[in-house]
Design a protein around this ligand. Structure first.
Ligand code: ADP
Length: 717
């Protein structure tokens, strides 16, 4: 298939043919297509799952990060608050060193209240937790304006009891102090025992505003600004808040703030809401890339589909071509530029009897096994000139006849047509040849030739048969003459004998009798010769069978048939005329198969005579046989014209059909044979109405002999 296969690639199919091709998928192709579709489906599903997972994981990760950040913020806030509380505890411990009677404790407490906005009030209580004195924060209105302090002192008392128990500062539970404006705030009391000589001499109780504590922590860190900080109860109820106005409530973290005697829960609530589907640039990039990947996969799938379609179409085209090559009875043979065989089809292998492998294995200068050994040199030379492009394009197209040998040794004639084999770029890569085995054709030709010959023989015999009556008539005359001369001679001899015996008959002169006898015998001889000539002409006509072309002058050709023509003409009272060039013009000479041409002329003449036999006045019964060279001198035209009734159109249409006849005793083969013979000589048999519209003239041409060819001697008649 090699080189030739490339040129058979079909053009890409369009949508319609694709659909047809898909519908016409063979059962063998279906599972493959299903598998391919499954693979693609799987790939797309995997991509979709990966994509979704990627988005989900990124969103989860973002949420985790936000939670972690909230946790860290809560921890930071707790640390910050704890540090503040520690600092305040230390500052309050400093206040405990002053006695309540000491006038300096109030200024010290006032200074502390100014420095720490989260401190709302500092009280001195005695050892029994009774109020000794209190200093309010100058930074805002007094806390206990709406509800007096004694009513809200329970938590402080409890804290101081704890402080006494552990001899260390203790915090109370937080509690809400309503203010005059209708609002209020959550506060917590810190009770610091004042020890004198190891014993509690009293307590310094500080009231701390929880919101202010948170606010201070939030102020300190930019990170914490993005959170709502709040103290919450175990059930989640918010006690105090600070920082951002309000958290989103999505990412929240709580930390426990352990202070002596109490546990506070601090919550950091991030401003950031639920992460969006595309939370950041990286994910956007990844998503973009994934979409691009989807696009690529789609394009790839389309490309693969088209490729599969092209492959399918190619496979079909190749299958079609292979089926076509395999079913051909013509041998195909491709050769490369070195003359080595590159491809042969099954018909060629069957023709020569060698397999494709065997033929392809022959490398020049080795000659193919189907070349006759004795002609190998000649064929090699021919192949060389063909491959070298010496042979003209026209000659290539016409092909050449050659002789090949089958593996069995049988030789056979073959017709080879060769054309250049071009590759996709138009470069010649070798030669493609189609080879026809002419054996069968030759056999048919031979059979047909034999049949034709047999037919001609039969026609000749039929003609002879028809002539039998004519012959008897023609031979009657010389035989009657011979008989009468013989009788006369016998009479003469009888008279002479009677005279010699002295009988009464008149005396006969011996010399006279001899002279009469000689005359009679001469006449007898003449008549016998005449009869012999008649018989010989028939004999010659029947016996001459060899078919060969010879050069003969037209008058000699006619001379051979004229005796037979005249025979019939005489019977029908037809006048035969010859119209030939008269001297000094040269008699035209033709190259023909003499026997067949005589038959043609005889047939045409006989048809003409028969046509005039009835219905034509005797005076008009003329048969004219004419011969003239054509204008170009290449051929000689012969005509046979009669004065008969002419040919009716319905008869004319079937005139040359074998076995068509209007005569009772006719065979209908005459004109059919005439036409075949004339065509064998490269001419055409035609007919037309004769001069003046009467009668019929048949005409045909024969190849003229080249000047210089000697005419044959006239046959002895
Ligand atoms: P056959 O002579 O045996 O009939 P032919 O083939 O010679 O066969 O002729 C076929 C027919 O053509 C004849 O029967 C006749 O009718 C017609 N025909 C042939 N030549 C002439 C002619 N010169 N004039 C009229 N009719 C003719």
């Amino acid at each position: 298939m090699d080189a030739a296969a490339a040129s058979a690639t079909p053009p890409p199919t369009d949508g319609a043919t694709t659909a047809t091709a898909a519908a016409a998928a063979t059962p063998a192709q279906r599972p493959r297509r299903l598998r391919r579709a499954l693979l693609w489906g799987l790939l797309v599903a995997l991509l979709a799952v990966a994509q979704t997972l990627l988005v989900a994981l990124t969103v989860r990760y973002e949420a985790w990060r936000a939670l972690d950040a909230a946790d860290a913020a809560a921890a930071e806030a707790v640390t910050s608050v704890r540090r503040d509380l520690l600092r305040l505890t230390h500052a309050l411990q400093a206040v405990t060193w002053l006695d309540p009677d000491d006038p300096s404790w109030r200024p010290a407490a006032a200074r502390l209240l100014r420095e720490a906005p989260e401190l709302r009030r500092i009280e001195w209580r005695d050892a029994r937790v009774g109020l000794v004195g209190a200093v309010e924060s100058p930074l805002g209105p007094s806390l206990f304006m709406r509800i007096p302090r004694p009513e809200l002192a329970a938590e402080a008392d409890l804290a101081c009891r704890d402080a006494r128990r552990v001899s260390a500062p203790a915090f109370s539970r937080s509690y809400f102090v309503p203010t005059l404006e209708g609002t209020g705030q959550e506060v917590i009391d810190l009770c610091v025992p004042a020890l004198r000589d190891g014993r509690e001499a009293g307590y310094v109780v500080a009231t701390l505003a929880l919101p202010a504590l948170l606010e201070a922590a939030a102020q300190r860190s930019a990170e914490l600004q993005r959170y709502e900080l709040s103290f919450v109860e175990a059930d989640g109820a918010r006690l105090a808040r600070a920082g951002a106005r309000r958290g989103a409530g999505v990412h929240m973290a709580e930390q426990v703030l352990d202070v002596p005697g109490q546990t506070l829960r601090l919550r950091a609530d991030s401003l950031a809401g639920r992460p969006s589907v595309i939370p950041n640039l990286t994910l956007a990039l990844v998503l973009g890339l994934s979409i691009a990947l989807f696009g690529v996969v789609f394009l790839l799938a389309r490309d693969v589909r088209r490729r599969a379609q092209a492959e399918h179409a190619l496979a079909e085209a190749l299958g079609f071509r292979k089926a076509m090559e395999d079913s051909l009875s013509t041998g195909l043979r491709a050769r490369d530029m070195d003359g080595a065989i590159t491809y042969v089809n099954p018909a060629f292998c069957a023709m020569v009897g060698y397999s494709a492998e065997e033929l392809r294995a022959v490398r020049p200068p080795a000659t193919p096994p189907y070349w006759p050994p004795e002609r190998a040199a000649e064929y090699a030379e021919r192949q060389h000139s063909r491959l070298a492009g010496v042979v003209a394009r026209q000659a290539q197209r016409e092909g050449f006849e050659t002789l090949f040998v089958r593996r069995s040794g049988e030789r056979f004639p073959a017709m080879v047509y060769e054309a250049p084999l071009l590759d996709g770029e138009g470069r010649q890569t070798g030669w493609m040849g189609s080879v026809l085995d002419l054996t069968a054709q030759r056999r048919i030709e031979e059979l047909s030739r034999q049949q034709q010959e047999r037919l001609q023989g039969s026609a000749r015999l039929a003609t002879v048969g028809e002539m039998a009556s004519l012959l008897s008539h023609e031979l009657n005359q010389p035989l009657a003459a011979i008989a009468s001369y013989s009788t006369g001679s016998l009479n003469l001899l009888d008279a002479r004998r009677d005279h010699a015996e002295g009988s009464k008959g008149p005396a006969a002169d011996a010399d006279g009798v001899l002279s009469l006898l000689r005359q009679a015998l001469t006449r007898i001889a003449e008549q016998a010769e005449r009869a012999g000539r008649v018989i010989k002409s028939v004999h010659d006509f029947v016996r001459r069978r060899e078919q060969q072309r010879e050069t003969i002058a037209v008058d000699l050709l006619l001379e051979a048939v004229l005796p037979l023509v005249r025979l019939q003409a005489r019977k029908c009272a037809v006048q035969v005329e010859l119209d030939l060039p008269r001297p000094p013009a040269r008699m035209p000479r033709v190259v023909c198969d003499r026997t067949l041409l005589e038959q043609v002329l005889l047939n045409l003449a006989r048809n003409g005579i028969q046509a005039m036999e009835t219905g034509t006045p005797v005076a008009e019964r003329r048969l004219v046989i004419a011969a003239r060279p054509t204008e170009d001198g290449a051929r000689v035209r012969l005509e046979v014209g009669d004065g008969g009734p002419g040919i009716a159109p319905d008869v004319a249409a079937r005139l040359f059909n074998p076995f068509f006849t209007t005569r009772v005793e006719g065979m209908g083969l005459g004109l059919s044979l005439c036409r075949t013979v004339v065509e064998q000589h490269g001419g055409a048999l035609e007919f037309s109405a004769g001069a003046g519209g009467r009668g019929t003239t048949f005409r045909f041409t024969l190849p003229a002999a080249r000047s210089g060819t000697q005419p044959e001697k006239a046959p002895a008649s």
